[in-house]
Design a binder for this molecule. Sequence first.
Ligand SMILES: [Mg+2]
Length: 371
Amino acid sequence: MTNQNVVASDPKSGIGLKITVMLPNSSIFSPAAAAPGRFFSPKKVLKRLETTTDGAGTKINAWVDSMRDSSPTRVKSSASSLSETEEQRSWIARHPSALGKFEEIVKASKGKKIVMFLDYDGTLAPIVSDPDQAFMTNEMREAVRDIARYFPTAIVTGRCRDKVFSFVQLAGLYYAASHGMDIEGPPKKRKYKKGNQGVLFQPASEFLPMIDEVYKTLLEKTKAIPGALVENNKFCLSVHFRCVDEKRWGGLFEQVRLVLNQYPKLKLTQGRKVLEIRPTIKWDKGRALEFLLKALGYANSKNVLPIYIGDDRTDEDAFKVLRDRGQGFGILVSKAPKETNASYSLQEPSEVKDFLRRLVEWKRLCFRPQY
Ligand SMILES: [Mg+2]
């Protein structure tokens, strides 16, 4: 019997509740379910526990259910009488549009330095079937380039650094790649050069040989599953199942689980149509955000307003850090109501672009001479 801490959230208040439960065998409860930043309704936690304590078959079913959900977890109506429209209205009231509340956001920044944190997939670029084709538009690139001229800006992503840089192609940014396990600052020289001169922090470097080994094994084990794609993000791995027939999700999860059984120092978490394999070190996008604020000299500053925009469960770690600090704002990119620690919402990457442009325009007006 093992004590297991699970974070659940009250769907009405959005406040996280820590529940300690007794499990007959901790190994049959997925490590991802207890990962910081994952939020389940208390009902869902109990349902999950019932299924996960009933043998390997039901465990796979629980994972497949979870894989079916988009992420973060979609809000379920607490009262059956709530229609979808009412649910949407209630959610928007709690997480209003960052465009609609733009004045409120910039008012909060008075006397403070805005620092921008931007997720990549689903935030700056749309989610597409082939992760290698997740290009951002030139208009979005211009918006990010302009925002970085006025505010320190970091891209925080699960992708590896080389890959995300090949998409963003902007030199004056911080890149917190591989879920923040590979952080690089802007180069000191004006012309961007590849290399290690800008690396600030790599907390999981000892895991590199292990990650590479698991990558090769997973390539072999998943090659018979059509549509499965294993991506090597250097300090972590992604197994994309967006293009896998739903009937084969259980088989894919089982293959991944069997491989990971041999590597207790790696954990499995879940994102949008992707299984993520990461070192078990206590490091995530939230810790990366804290690290970067410290690197910028704002560790204990009251004069900073961090704004983090992201669409995924992994971004919830960063939203939670901002909520716990009582500083700055999380903005969730989502069209559907989701359980989240973000304060505001935007519907899709095009709205992210509009928000960034508006922030640049507001800052330019601040600098314009008054006559
Ligand atoms: Mg994302």
